[in-house]
Ligand binder design. Structure first.
Ligand SMILES: Nc1ncnc2c1ncn2[C@@H]1O[C@H](COP(=O)(O)OP(=O)(O)O)[C@@H](O)[C@H]1O
Ligand SMILES: Cc1ncsc1CCOP(=O)(O)O
Ligand SMILES: [Mg+2]
Length: 286
């Protein structure tokens, strides 16, 4: 996509106000580079996350042992901290992973699962964000609002409700933590603190899968590992998951079949091409 071009794809108006450097060739590049992504996972979704990472072309490794953290991060290309079910006695592992990621300049990604739900989760997530530089934060709009300090009615792992405009929330969060933020939902909003790109592709079956958000966080890490631009990596990750979801939804004739959707989603992630994404993507910039 080029600077100053406005065009329409699939009925959606795509306004390009400034340079859009998104490189969909990374969808193929990742399959040859096969970057290692270290995950501090929750105990609910590691099977889905590991297989989803494998499907897009990355090489997942989950770890819960502080003594190997530095060595692992050194050999890896990106690190994801999923705070979904972390126990306090796991904090030393998380600390070591974050310290090493910053030391070796490996992209560090945070998924602040249900950060608004409890005081414990706020202490964990805000503490991490204070002590370490995260390159990308990926959460649902409720989690991102809480991190940005914006009032929001959150409900466990779900996004909840609030009045503020999602573009403002994601931009404020990115400014606050000086990084790239993805606020996912029916529309995924991605900001670097200035621009906001919205991915309008979606299917109701993605949120029906517990762990689809965790997967988006880890796929963002995988693309950050092979890209020199975290914003582009976040946009590519969101497009890959959302467009794969839409394509499977079409193949299933929009039936409510979460089980079939999940297995076919893995197939689609492994085979989606830049051309297929370009043909259906709905992207807006502001
Ligand atoms: N209402 C929705 N309609 C369609 N897609 C959605 C909706 N909510 C979330 N998604 C998609 O589901 C995936 C997981 O996002 P989300 O549910 O926001 O994260 P989390 O699982 O962490 O709460 C993302 O790809 C997002 O685009
Ligand atoms: C249900 C649950 N409980 C703690 S972590 C987790 C998984 C959250 O996954 P996602 O945020 O991707 O839906
Ligand atoms: Mg989540």
């Amino acid at each position: 996509m080029k600077r100053g071009v406005a065009f329409v794809i699939n009925g959606a108006v795509i306004g390009i106000g400034r340079e859009q450097t998104m490189n969909l060739n990374d969808v193929e590049k990742i399959r040859t580079e096969n970057p290692v992504v270290v995950n501090y996972a929750n105990f609910v979704t590691p099977f889905l996350v590991a297989n989803g990472l494998n499907a897009v072309g990355a090489s997942p490794i989950m770890s819960d042992e502080a003594s190997e953290a530095d060595e692992l991060v050194k050999l890896a290309s990106a690190v994801v901290i999923n705070a979904g079910a972390a126990r306090r006695d796991g904090w030393p592992v998380i600390e070591q992973l974050c310290q090493s990621a910053n030391k070796y300049h490996k992209p560090l990604i945070l998924d602040p699962v249900a950060v608004g739900a409890t005081e414990y989760r706020r202490e964990l997530n805000f503490g991490l964000l204070e002590r370490h530089q995260f390159d990308i934060i990926r959460g649902n709009i409720g989690e991102i609002a809480v991190l940005a300090g914006i009032e929001w009615q959150t409900r466990g792992i779900d996004a909840g409700d609030g009045d503020r405009d999602a573009s403002d929330i994601v931009r404020e969060c990115a400014r606050k933590f000086n990084n790239v933020v993805i606020a996912s939902g029916k529309v995924d909003y991605i900001s670097d603190g200035n621009r906001v790109t919205s991915i309008l592709n979606n299917t109701r079956l993605l949120p029906a899968i517990v762990g689809s958000g965790d997967l988006l966080s880890s796929i963002s890490a995988a693309f950050a590992a092979i890209s020199d631009n975290n914003f582009d990596a976040a946009v590519t990750a969101s497009l890959v998951l959302s467009c794969s979801g839409e394509l499977v939804d079409q193949k299933l004739n929009h039936q409510n079949l979460p089980g079939s959707f999940l297995s076919q989603l893995m197939d689609q992630l492994a085979n989606i091409s830049p051309e297929e994404i370009k043909a259906i993507m709905k992207v807006e910039e502001n």
